[in-house]
Design a protein around this ligand. Structure first.
Ligand code: G6P
Ligand code: MG
Length: 220
C-alpha cells in the first residue's frame, strides 16, 4: 500500500539532535538564558531562527534583527564544528537496515529535514545516494509543524501524501506529518510523541509495512 517513506534526519538517522543541543546550550549560556533537555525538546524539528526566537524569548533583553542573525550564525558555526568530524559510524543503530528495507520493499525514499546542514550531514554519513529526493531546507517557507516540507517531499517523489509515511523524532515533526495527511512513525518516547500513529524506540524496530509495528492500532 505505501509507496514512499520520508525520513527526518536529526535524531532519527543520526544523533545530531545532541549536537544541536550542545550548540544551543552554549549560545543560551552566553545570553544568560536557562536551557536544559526539557527546553531543548521543544526545539527539535524547529528551524534555526525559530529555535533562536524561542531561546531569546526567555531573556529580558531585546535583540535587533542584526543581533539575532549574528547569534544564529554563531550557533551554526559551532554546530558545523561539531558535525565536521562525523563519519558513517555516526549512523544510529538500525538506520542502514531501515534504508535497506525501504529500498527492498520498492519504496521511494525521501528526506525532509529543515536543517540547512542536511546535505553536509548526509555526505559525512555516506548515505546521500540512498535517497531519491532530499528537500532543500532553503526552499521551504514554513517549517515544521507546517506540512509544507513533507508535502514537498511527496510531490517530488511523485507519490500522493496518503501513500507516504513519515518517520520523526520531534513533536513538531510528527505534527507536520499528520498535517500532511501521512502515516506517522514516531521514534522515541511514546508519551512525548503521542500524536504519532506508532512509536518505536529507535530504527532497530523499524519494519515495513510500518503497520506491522503493533504498539497502537494501525491502519492496514
Ligand atoms: C532540525 C533539528 C533542529 C534544527 C533545525 C535547523 O530540524 O531538529 O534542532 O534547529 O534542523 O537546523 P540548521 O542546521 O539549519 O540550523
Ligand atoms: Mg529530528
Amino acid at each position: 500500500r505505501y509507496q514512499a517513506v520520508i525520513f527526518d534526519l536529526d535524531g532519527v538517522i543520526t544523533d545530531t539532535a545532541r549536537y544541536h543541543y550542545l550548540a544551543w546550550q552554549r549560545l543560551a549560556d552566553t545570553q544568560g538564558v536557562h536551557f536544559d533537555e526539557a527546553f531543548n525538546e521543544h526545539l527539535k524539528g524547529i528551524d534555526r531562527m525559530g529555535s533562536l526566537e524561542l531561546i531569546l524569548a526567555a531573556s529580558p533583553r531585546r535583540y535587533t534583527d542584526a543581533e539575532k542573525l549574528a547569534l544564529a550564525t554563531e550557533k551554526n558555526e559551532h554546530y558545523k564544528e561539531l558535525i565536521a568530524t562525523m563519519t558513517p559510524a555516526d549512523l544510529l543503530p538500525g538506520a542502514t537496515a531501515a534504508l535497506d528495507a525501504a529500498r527492498a520493499a520498492g519504496l521511494k525514499i525521501g528526506l525532509a529535514s529543515v536543517s540547512r546542514n542536511a546535505f553536509t550531514v548526509l555526505d559525512r554519513l555516506g548515505i546521500t545516494h540512498r535517497f531519491d529526493y532530499v528537500v532543500d531546507a532553503g526552499t521551504i517557507a514554513r517549517g515544521k509543524p507546517d506540512p509544507e516540507i513533507f508535502l514537498k517531499a511527496a510531490r517530488e517523489l511523485g507519490v500522493v501524501p496518503g501513500d507516504c509515511f513519515g518517520v520523526e523524532d520531534a513533536v513538531a515533526g510528527v505534527a507536520s506529518i499528520k498535517a500532511a495527511g501521512m502515516f506517522a512513525v514516531g521514534v522515541g518516547d511514546p508519551r512525548v510523541l503521542a500524536a504519532a500513529d506508532v512509536v518505536i524506540p529507535d530504527l532497530t524496530a523499524f519494519r515495513i509495512p510500518c503497520t506491522a509495528i503493533t504498539n497502537k492500532t494501525t491502519i492496514t
